[in-house]
Design a protein around this ligand. Structure first.
Ligand SMILES: [Zn+2]
Length: 448
């Protein structure tokens, strides 16, 4: 028996194998397996077909969110051969759009309003963001004079941002962004009283009401402000604040200085003008800075004296002052909460102020003078009246005890009685009155 040659056997096997492979290749389809972020999602006939599907999904998202969308997912294709078409994605079907759409990551191109390095809002497009910022400035720009430069206090910019679609809920409409920016956030600002200032003038200049200044300074008698005193101003502040600056050249009064000369012709504590000072004139170049329409700062850049002011000379007394002589300034007779102010009260006029203190608290003479009354007086209960011999008298009502007698001379600070609740009163307090030529005036305007 002839043995088969091994080589002879190999040849048909190779041929058969090759034929099978070729037949399989010819019968199968060349296709592409798609990977979204390395995760297989299916097979497509062509890459461009899948790209079209992605584009459809992207466009759908754009019309849904109303903003430009980008594809964030990594898309890879792998060439594959399939025996038939059964597993190929039908890229035109709604179901495919839904299935692929679920797996694909999209990003939105949005525009942030950035304030001092922090994004405060996302908007769909740059124009909307710009419009919001313009709208914030507009009311101030409308009323601005020539030469006024309007800007923001904060470093405000519009920046392009890419955010994943799951954060698109943060996208906001221009109106809502505007409303959140102009929502008031009150902060306290200090103002230092300058020479010649009055509260009404400060209020007018800074565009706030006297009522608001009073409200912001409950412990202060704002009718008697003094130079250097600090006032609280409740000034609104926002997420974004508008600054306006204007540099101007104008003429202003140049204040005079005061020199003092001592004299023994006057009592200690008294002064008298010997030579009246006169204001001069100066040319000032200054930059006015207002924030949200309220003057915030005046920066003097240059001052040129046009007419020099004339120095005032004042005499200062050195003569020993009688202890009980009035200075013309009233000190607080006792310390405590003011429970009732001067003026209308329950249909009547309150002729003084009520200062609450516990019964027995010493009452001190507000200024030097002579006791003109000490005793019981109807609604006042126990009452002390001091005549200061300068046109002023002071009344101390509802005393528990009286420590002085009519005709007695008292110095400022001398104890004249104690706080009580005699007469018409609802609790221990001092009723304190200041009368000028017999007419009650507001004590808060005279107390120091
Ligand atoms: Zn009273």
């Amino acid at each position: 028996m002839k043995k088969f040659d091994k080589k002879v056997l190999m040849i048909p096997m190779v041929v058969i194998t090759t034929v099978i492979v070729v037949v399989m290749l010819v019968r199968s389809t060349k296709a592409f397996e798609v990977f979204l972020d390395d995760k297989p999602v299916g097979v497509v006939d062509s890459q461009s077909e899948f790209s079209d599907l992605v584009e459809t999904i992207r466009k759908k998202a754009e019309s849904r969110y109303g903003t430009e969308m980008l594809v964030a997912s990594k898309i890879d294709f792998k060439e594959v051969y399939l025996p038939d078409n059964s597993r190929v994605i039908d890229t035109a079907s709604e179901n495919s759009i839904f299935q692929v759409g679920k797996n694909i990551q999209l990003e939105a191109k949005v525009f942030a309003i950035n304030v001092d390095g922090e994004d405060i809002a996302y908007l769909r497009d740059r124009v909307s963001a710009e419009e919001v910022l313009e709208r914030i400035k507009a009311p101030y720009e409308e009323n601005a004079e020539n030469g006024v430069v309007t800007s923001f206090v904060e470093d405000v910019s519009i920046a392009e941002r890419i955010v994943p679609n799951h954060r698109l809920s943060e996208l906001r409409e221009p109106d809502a962004v505007y409303d959140s920016i102009v929502e008031e956030n009150e902060t306290i600002k200090k103002y230092v009283v300058q020479k010649g200032d009055t509260v009404s003038e400060i209020a007018e200049r800074l565009g706030i009401s006297i009522k608001d200044i009073r409200k912001a300074n409950p412990d202060l008698n704002i009718d008697r402000i003094s130079i250097g005193q600090e006032l609280n101003l409740a000034v609104p502040r926002y997420v974004i604040n508008v600054r306006q600056t204007k540099t101007m050249v104008y003429e202003d009064a140049a204040p005079y200085s005061v020199e003092y000369e001592e004299t023994d012709e006057l009592y200690r504590g008294d002064t008298k003008v010997k030579i009246k000072g006169e204001e001069g004139t100066k040319q000032v170049r200054a930059t006015f800075i207002s924030i949200n329409g309220i003057l915030d700062e005046t920066r003097i850049l240059e001052e040129i004296i046009l007419t020099p002011p004339k120095t005032q000379v004042e005499l200062r007394g050195t003569k020993q002052r009688p202890r009980t002589m009035a200075y013309g300034v009233f000190y607080w007779p006792n310390r405590g909460r003011i429970t009732s102010r001067f003026g209308p009260r329950w249909g009547e006029k309150h002729s003084g102020i009520d200062i609450a203190s516990p019964t027995g608290t010493p009452i001190k003479a507000a200024d030097g003078g002579v006791v003109s009354f000490a005793g019981w007086n109807g609604n006042y209960g126990r009452l002390v009246i001091i005549n200061h011999e300068n046109g002023y008298t002071t009344y101390y009502g509802h005393c528990n005890t009286i420590k002085v007698k009519k005709g007695q001379r008292v110095a400022r600070g001398d104890v004249i009685g104690t706080v009580g609740e005699t007469g018409r009163t609802t609790g221990p307090h001092l009723h304190f009155e200041v009368r000028k030529n017999g007419v009650p005036v507001n004590p808060l305007s005279y107390l120091k």
